[in-house]
Design a protein around this ligand. Sequence first.
Ligand SMILES: NC(=O)C1=CN([C@@H]2O[C@H](COP(=O)(O)OP(=O)(O)OC[C@H]3O[C@@H](n4cnc5c(N)ncnc54)[C@H](OP(=O)(O)O)[C@@H]3O)[C@@H](O)[C@H]2O)C=CC1
Ligand SMILES: O=C1OC[C@@H](O)[C@H](O)[C@H]1O
Length: 351
Amino acid sequence: MPERVRWGILGAGGICNDFACGVVTAGGNITAIGASSLSKAKALADKVKVEKAHGSYQELVEDPNVDVVYVGTIHTLHLPHAKMALNAGKHVVCEKPLAVNAVEAQEIVDLARSKGLFLMEALWTRFFPIVRKLRELLKGGTLGVPRCLQADFGFVGPTDPSHRLLDPAQAGGAMLDIGIYVVQLATMTFGTSIPEIKSSAILTPQGVDAEGALTLTWKDTASASLLFTIRACTPENSVIMCDKGYVRIHGQAHCPERMTVSRASTDRGKFVNEEFSFPLPKLKRGLSVNYPNSEGMVYQVEAVEKCIRDGLLECPEYTLDESLSIMKIMDIYRQQVGVTYPSETSNCSVS
Ligand SMILES: NC(=O)C1=CN([C@@H]2O[C@H](COP(=O)(O)OP(=O)(O)OC[C@H]3O[C@@H](n4cnc5c(N)ncnc54)[C@H](OP(=O)(O)O)[C@@H]3O)[C@@H](O)[C@H]2O)C=CC1
Ligand SMILES: O=C1OC[C@@H](O)[C@H](O)[C@H]1O
């Protein structure tokens, strides 16, 4: 294996640009970009100064100079594209959600495991320094036991019903696109066992969830109250409440840079506050990103490269079992609110 992992980028849309900028900014090595057409692949390759562009995904995954494929296509294509790369013997980092439902996600995980290849769902939030600091803090125990979480993530999304966020054929809807971020905060804090789930949602005329609310209860131990919407601006606050204080993670919900830790004092209702912040890295000159705070892709790139260098097949900071649990929670939510996608041949996987 060369000193730096050799990345292949599968797709040339919005997030592929941002991920590629992350690799370049991290000083990493992208050896090829493959897209549905050569012109699309070339346009991105020129922008991020990558020599090789492929006009098909198959050519990309078969490129002998690629070690790990980043899959950045739409939700319904994650299953075929992740499988295509694994079957070609490549490690895979696949955009969130890993797949449309838990049955599909399990298929990808089983394939990676059977082939002894690295696989991770690209839940980049996990690798932000503030999130790592938060985990350290919760583990350290000085805030006591985490008992409840309140979190929201919302923005006003597109109105064109053919946009991927709204189109059932592209597995659109708020949960799979952004709800996943608040769900992962809950599993990170309270563990990956499947909680009791109560869901509600507002659906679009096309039948995807424009807004959802979820109450998760881990019997006798913890609860989470989560809201996600693509039809309203929300404060994007996440508050983890413990028995000796609480932590407020300030938005943006999926790429936070700042948190306030409030420790209970001997005076009930009075807290001693401590602020933490980790500013984003600066992009390398000439690069520009499409999505907020995508400079923070750097952290995920570095984490994956370390795992692959160390010979790991999954990332300890975000395991495949956790991805599968999150997928199951999202399946149960969709069952409860009545969102199914045309691409789902078998029903959701909930057992
Ligand atoms: N981590 C984060 O912060 C973010 C993550 N995402 C995730 O990234 C993924 C892609 O989102 P985004 O980049 O915004 O989407 P885009 O629509 O910008 O790009 C998606 C790519 O998928 C392929 N594609 C798109 N539509 C179709 C279609 N109808 N039929 C066939 N192929 C299609 C195209 O690949 P090609 O270029 O080869 O033609 C396209 O470039 C999603 O999984 C999303 O959840 C998105 C935004 C932010
Ligand atoms: O992951 C995401 O984060 C930012 C949102 O704007 C985008 O729709 C989503 O895919």
